[in-house]
Ligand binder design. Structure first.
Ligand code: NDP
Length: 336
């Protein structure tokens, strides 16, 4: 049997390697061999910042070509060498370096290790879980970490990169869980949409995008979900309330952090590292269950754009430039 896929190739003949993408038909036998393999008819994938990097060949995330990108995927099991899954089961995969080290979701078929899968939660579709995807999963991990470290309902929580996938999801989940969410965005024209998702206030990211001019600024935030990093993160650390925590998720604004230890020593501030990629199975199940308990299909639909497999490669530069809004799902096959 053959299946349709977006295949990346690398041309190393010039000064710099060049990565190109083409839609192609592959034979099933091209699928890689993996332990505990589960074959999946992929229905949806999604677009994450990391997918943008992979599609453009940035960051040496992919070492072996030809390669199928797509860090997220959801679909129906068609064959399983593992007792936990049977044909017909709906499954979701985020992380585990799928779409980087392993072939990913921009195809009609995938073969993955059963350990990387989670069953699609009751009441959700494969499109819903891809509208959430790595970004929404990470946002819930971040809120969960803040709560574990003492965040109480109604306390002010800053969300940076608010118009993006992690940010929009953090607003939805945080407000649904009773937190007072303040959204920071460079696109104030999105303010009404961010409020509709649940933000109580919206601020211009320019307020917090420069390194602070002194180690401690006026205390503002009990918690922060930071998708931006860089000078924004340095600024936010100086504005954290006593005992507050920042869940550091992303680097959309830079991966360098220059700060002082003063917020940690004088205000007991915490930085909590958030990793969605290697999160163990039990944590994944718990986080997906939490999402399933509060997810609002209409709110999710309002931040979701659907594109076909043939059109996804053109979206890479958009997400890398911070120009996409909310979440983009990729329909990999005609859905009846
Ligand atoms: P998106 O591109 O969807 O969102 C990023 C948002 O950040 C943009 O929408 C924009 O929001 C803001 N932004 C973009 N560029 C800049 C800039 N130069 N300075 C300040 N703000 C900027 O990406 P995602 O939400 O999918 O991912 C966000 C980050 O989180 C990425 O760095 C990604 O790699 C990381 N990530 C980490 C994960 C983990 O496991 N730790 C998992 C998933 C993502 P606005 O216009 O509103 O300001």
């Amino acid at each position: 049997m053959t299946f349709k896929a977006l295949l990346l190739s690398q041309d190393t003949t010039g000064d710099k390697p060049v990565v190109t993408a083409e839609i192609t038909e592959l034979d099933d036998i091209a699928l890689p061999q993996v332990e505990n393999s589960v074959d999946i008819a992929v229905e949806y994938s999604s677009l994450n910042y990391k997918d943008g990097m992979v599609l453009r060949g940035i960051g040496r995330l992919v070492r072996t070509y030809p390669h199928i990108p797509g860090v997220d995927l959801a679909g129906t099991v068609i064959d399983s060498a593992d007792d936990r899954y049977r044909p017909g089961d709906k499954v979701v995969c985020t992380g585990w370096r799928v779409g980087e080290m392993h072939w990913g979701g921009y195809a009609e078929r995938a073969r993955l290790n059963a350990d990387w899968l989670v069953s699609v939660p009751e009441g959700m579709s494969t499109k819903d879980v891809m509208a959430i995807g790595t970004a929404g999963f990470t946002a819930m991990q971040a809120i969960d970490a803040l709560e574990t470290n003492g965040l109480e309902p109604d306390q002010p929580v800053l969300v940076t990169g608010a118009s993006g996938g992690v940010g929009s999801s953090a607003i939805m989940w945080g407000s649904a869980l009773g937190h007072h969410i303040v959204a920071s965005t460079g696109r104030l024209e999105n303010a009404a949409d961010l409020r509709a998702l649940g933000a109580s206030d919206v601020i211009d990211r320019n307020e917090i995008s420069q390194a602070p001019d002194r180690p401690l600024l006026t205390e503002r935030w009990a918690g922060c979900i930071d998708a931006v990093g860089g000078e924004t993160l340095a600024h936010v650390l100086a504005e954290m309330r006593y005992g507050g925590s920042v869940a550091a998720c992303g680097l959309a604004g830079g991966n360098t952090l220059t700060t002082t230890v003063i917020p940690f020593l004088l205000r007991g501030v915490n930085i909590l590292g958030i990793d969605s990629v290697i999160a163990p199975f039990e944590e994944r199940q718990r986080i997906w269950t939490r999402i399933g308990e509060i997810f609002d299909a209409d709110a999710l639909a309002s931040i979701t754009t659907e594109v076909a497999l043939d059109d996804i490669a053109g979206q890479a530069s958009q997400i890398l430039a911070g120009l996409t809004k909310g979440r983009t799902v990729v329909r990999t096959r005609p859905i009846p």
